[in-house]
Design a protein. Structure first.
Length: 113
């Protein structure tokens, strides 16, 4: 397994766990999630990896999977950090990890859809 493959797997697992944690903390019923790392971009100036992961959620009582995208950064110092959750076309921010950013965007509650 290459270094890049290991990083992709670590990010995939972290993004999936973050979304599941948000769902559980907000009392949103789901059966399972599927995930894949869709993008890794190395920022050479800051020596940081910017990442995006696709998360598919099987919601309780729903036939189709709900797709969201998580994004964040990873580096040697802080490890894997998640920061944003987008809707399926990545045009709407559903959640930000940082409270002040959520506040400035007017996001008051976690809503997955």
């Amino acid at each position: 397994m290459t270094y890049k493959a290991i990083v992709k797997e670590l990010i995939r697992n972290d993004a999936k766990a973050w979304v599941e944690k948000l769902l559980n903390e907000n009392g949103i019923a789901f059966r399972y999630t599927l995930s894949e790392t869709t993008e890794l971009k190395h920022d050479k100036e800051s020596n940081t990896i910017l990442w995006t992961a696709k998360i598919e959620i099987k919601m309780e009582g729903q036939k189709d999977l709900l797709t969201v995208y998580a994004g964040g950064a990873a580096d040697d110092f802080l490890g894997i950090c998640h920061s944003v959750l987008w809707n399926k076309d990545m045009k709407k921010i559903l959640w930000m990890a940082n409270y002040d950013t959520r506040k400035s965007l007017g996001i008051k509650t976690f809503q997955i859809a």
